[in-house]
Design a protein. Structure first.
Length: 276
């Protein structure tokens, strides 16, 4: 069970994937066996986003192995398969969704975090299609509760109707700290999911110290049930924050990927007791 502090819910911070050759020597010790990379990452971070599930199905035994190689309070976010999110009509994704949730991800047990649905940059907002897709998303799988987050990459989603649909279905809109994709900080679910994509190789910790301080403050505010006033929203008048403690997931991904682990560790250090 993750700890909760008086200030709010747990904040989990991590990276996308754990196998990346340039991390050897920069994050992983040079002599660390490759088979020990996940265990090492799990000892330094508190979450990892599994990106491989976007490209191909993983064996149930792989999920079980990853579960067993990581600490008790560790959490995996799982990226939904491209065969689902790249459908022309998301309303027709029912069978593929059923296959995906029976493919083995429930072997993660209580380490199963949010499922991330990342739409392609060419996917435009269609209210009827998105509503039908959200209605298909299961609230449980294999006896485990399932939470959903959606990352949109087309400006047409900057629409109050999209925010309303996400809130109606309890789907978190991913906040993307990016130069390329819409930044939507509207509060729509009982958890927050952020993907920070501006790591720079010239910065030893990926982001400047002042920026990391700022993200730590935003994460604390999110975890307390609040909403950072300095992030862009679609709604002209933001919905009232719940004020209830909630989980927060922050992943450093894209940008200068070699710096992602250092950025995650730097944010974890700043958050201190807010961590699980």
């Amino acid at each position: 069970m993750a700890k909760r502090t008086e200030a709010g819910g747990p904040v989990r911070v991590g990276i996308g994937g754990w196998t990346y050759e340039p991390w050897r020597g920069a994050f992983y010790p040079a002599d660390l066996p490759k088979a020990r990379e996940l265990a090492y990452a799990g000892s330094r971070l508190t979450a990892i986003e599994i990106n491989g599930t976007f490209y191909r199905a993983q064996a149930p035994k792989s999920f079980a192995k990853w579960r067993d190689e990581t600490p008790q309070n560790f959490v995996f976010a799982v990226k939904g398969h491209r065969a689902i999110v790249n459908k022309k009509n998301l309303a027709e994704a029912g069978e593929t969704l059923d296959w995906f949730f029976k493919s083995g991800i429930t072997e993660l047990g209580d380490k199963l975090g949010p499922v991330l649905w990342q739409f392609a940059p060419f996917k435009k907002f269609d209210a009827d299609d998105i509503a039908a897709f959200f209605a298909l998303l299961p609230g449980e799988a294999g006896g485990l509760p399932v939470r959903h987050a959606v990352e949109v990459r087309h400006g047409s989603f900057c629409d109050p109707a999209f925010v309303a649909l996400a809130r109606q279905h309890g789907v978190a809109i991913v906040y993307a700290d990016s130069d390329d994709y819409p930044a939507i900080a509207d509060d729509t679910a009982g958890f927050v999911y952020a993907r920070l994509m501006r790591t720079a190789e010239a910065e030893p910790a990926g982001y400047p110290a002042a920026a990391l301080d700022q993200w730590a403050e935003r994460a604390r505010l999110w975890a307390s049930g609040g909403a950072p006033a300095d992030l862009p929203r679609v709604e002209e008048e933001a919905a009232a924050a719940s004020g209830k403690p909630r989980p927060v997931y922050v992943f450093f991904i894209a940008g200068a990927k070699v710096r992602a682990p250092a950025a995650a560790e730097a944010l974890i250090e700043r958050l201190g007791s807010q961590m699980p």
